[in-house]
Design a protein. Structure first.
Length: 209
């Protein structure tokens, strides 16, 4: 009599093993739907549950029979760090010598357009700021990285139309602040190497647009 169907509840534990069958003689069409459930399968030791998430990476091992034999969560930081050696971005040959970070290609940086009433530059948000003052401006620089070089550009339109006061930490060439355009665009470049204790300022004045 030909074997047509195998029902899991008719098989005693351990009575039918793989060495009793020729290769490929038992296929999916020989097993009735829903007749072999989880109670008929040997447990793999893997805990049931969800793996992975916003701060977890799932690690899974799949055996030769296609069953998951190991699973775990590995935590990762939302702000990962690279602690040693050199790191290359978009360079399959690796970082070049004497660098910690080698970026192969262009780098895009954020641009923030300030409200006409805002005179606060938050360096943590961008490296380029655009402002069209609508009145007297007393500038404040915030969000400066600790113990790192930090630079940004401030684009002012018609900045000379109103009185401008720079932070006391800003030092200009010859200790003289630039005269801003009353009708035009000026670029002010600021850089610090001591967390904003001193900002070195330079300027490009008089663009028509």
């Amino acid at each position: 009599m030909a074997l047509t169907r195998i029902f899991g509840n008719l098989i005693s534990s351990g009575t039918i093993t793989g060495n009793l069958f020729n290769n490929n003689t038992i296929t999916g069409d020989k097993i009735a739907a829903a007749t072999i459930g989880s109670s008929n399968l040997t447990t793999t030791g893997v805990s049931a549950g969800n793996y992975g998430g916003a701060t977890q990476i799932p690690v899974i091992t799949v055996g030769t029979d296609g069953r998951v034999s190991y699973s775990a969560n590995v935590a990762f930081s939302a702000n990962p760090t690279f602690s040693s050696g050199s790191f290359a971005v978009a360079n399959t040959s690796g970082a070049i010598a004497n660098t910690s970070l080698d970026v192969y290609g262009g780098v895009a940086m954020n641009v923030v357009t300030l409200a006409t009433s805002s005179n606060t530059v938050n360096v943590a948000l961008a490296n380029y700021f655009i402002s069209t003052p609508a009145g007297t401006s007393t500038w404040i620089f915030t969000g400066v990285p600790v113990s790192r070089d930090s630079s940004f550009v401030l684009q002012l339109t018609n900045g000379g139309s109103y009185t401008t006061t720079w932070p006391a930490s800003v030092k200009w060439p010859s200790n003289t602040a630039p005269t801003l355009s009353t009708s035009g665009v000026d670029l002010l470049i600021f850089s610090t190497a001591n967390t904003g204790t001193t900002w070195r300022g330079s300027s490009l004045i008089g663009y028509t647009a």
